[in-house]
Design a protein around this ligand. Structure first.
Ligand code: AMP
Ligand code: MG
Length: 414
């Protein structure tokens, strides 16, 4: 079997992925999920024209000629608070004191900010000329009754959740999350709760993959460690195949003790590919069950396993959860140093990002060996060196996939 390009491999994965069914969850649980139905407003908001400021509601015709030297005096005939309905119409030469959010009374068309006025007994002096219609929020500016306010496919952020609350969606229709099982394989592996044995290798993949799922909002199930032993492996894989997605790491290559692919074959899994032209990351196997489940045989090296998760598993999981944007956002940056490369595989170089006057600068996290997990731990992104590239020079423009969902900096930077 030939090597697939990263793009072709992702397309092949996505061909076998379908969105999960719709479920209803409590309002707060909908955060970072995807809305599965259009949502219409069940009211107008604001329910009537309201003041956007604390000030005075006036008839523009009365104050058209206002200037600082030539203020206009109006008689204050009402005091309208938010949540209260105005009791009288404002006639010529009159004004109503009004609070932010309070309905504007009949007769007025403009609100003057309190800062642009001066109280004088029962009157108010208007000092600064406003524009006609200033400081009034029209009825339905925020929500229009029966109009769609949020469409299916919207990802639910705190702001979207606030709108859901305004239209009283205590239960929110979202796409269900896939169930995910994680299995590490290898005779040399030591579990987190086992004592340190210097001859063993601590299992990092289970935990890295668990965290990567969790960052997507998915609580995966850890199946533990399977030995490189076809019988034990078969039992563990069978258990994992009951989930929507099985992530098995290690044992997927061509070594004498790599039994993952042959065992998946024996279990009737259709394998679609197992070699991708990427670095790190090869070998990566992808298969499907007859029941519509999918299985990824991820490389054993922790960095490779994590990179494959980002490039293939994460888009698949996001697609199942209904996201339309399934791939990491990329930005353009300049390389801060030369980068050696070989032709033939796309290279995902782990980098940190900084900024100068011209924009972002990408700098390698250091040794890029696929066993050097620190290169991944401190990475803010991947520079993607295309398959055909033979290396890049300092100052070259590159695409960087951003890794952190929430990347903060010390200062505002505006
Ligand atoms: P494999 O793909 O099984 O040939 O493993 C490749 C390398 O990754 C070997 O050095 C393994 O010891 C290492 N490795 C495999 N699985 C894990 C794991 N779960 N955690 C840490 N290292 C692993
Ligand atoms: Mg192994």
């Amino acid at each position: 079997m030939n090597y697939l390009s990263v793009g072709d491999a992702l397309a092949e994965v996505l061909k076998h992925i379908s969105r999960k069914a719709v479920e209803h969850v409590a309002l707060y649980d909908s955060l970072r999920r995807v809305l599965a139905e259009d949502v219409a407003a069940n009211r107008n908001h604001p329910p009537y024209d309201v003041s956007a400021m604390d000030g005075y509601a006036v008839r523009f015709a009365d104050i058209e000629t206002v200037s600082a030297e030539n203020p206009v005096r109006l008689k204050v005939v009402d005091d309208i608070r938010a949540g209260q309905m105005p009791s009288i119409k404002v006639l010529q030469g009159r004004a109503a004191r009004i609070m932010t959010g309070a309905p504007t009374p009949e007769g007025v068309d403009t609100v003057i900010r309190v800062e642009d006025t001066q109280e004088d007994g029962h009157d108010v002096l208007i000092l600064t000329p406003p524009k006609q219609g200033a400081n009034i929020r029209p009825m339905g500016e925020n929500l229009k009754n029966e109009k769609t306010v949020l469409s299916k496919g919207t990802s639910i952020t705190p702001g979207v959740l606030a709108i859901l609350s305004m239209v009283k969606q205590k239960q929110v229709p979202v796409f269900a999350k896939p169930s995910v099982a994680i299995l590490s394989t290898g005779d040399e592996l030591e579990a987190l709760d086992e004592p340190v044995d210097e001859n063993k290798i601590p299992d990092a993949n289970s935990h890295a993959l668990y965290a990567q799922c969790k960052a997507l909002g998915i609580e995966a199930t850890l199946l533990g460690i399977a030995k490189d032993n076809p019988l034990q492996l078969r039992a563990k894989l069978e258990e994992g195949l009951k989930y929507d997605v099985l992530l098995a790491s290690g044992g997927v290559s061509v070594g004498h003790h790599d039994f993952v692919r042959s065992t998946l074959d024996a279990l009737g899994i259709t394998m679609h590919f197992w070699r991708v032209a990427m670095r790190p990351g090869h070998p990566l196997a992808f298969g499907t069950t007859k029941q519509g489940g999918v299985v990824f045989g991820l490389p054993g090296n922790p960095v490779s396993s994590m990179v494959c998760f980002e490039e293939f598993v994460s888009p698949a999981l996001r697609s199942m959860m209904g996201y339309e944007k399934i791939c990491r956002r990329t930005i353009t940056a300049k390389l801060s140093h030369d980068l050696k490369d070989r032709k033939g595989r796309a290279h995902f170089v782990r980098v940190t990002l900084s900024k100068d006057e011209q924009g972002y600068l990408a700098t390698s996290t250091g040794t890029q060996g696929s066993g050097v997990l620190m290169s991944m731990a401190i990475a803010q992104g991947f520079v993607v060196v295309p398959e055909e590239s033979e290396g890049l020079k300092a100052g070259d423009k590159v695409q960087v996939q951003l890794l952190q969902d929430m990347d903060f900096q010390e200062e505002l930077g505006i």
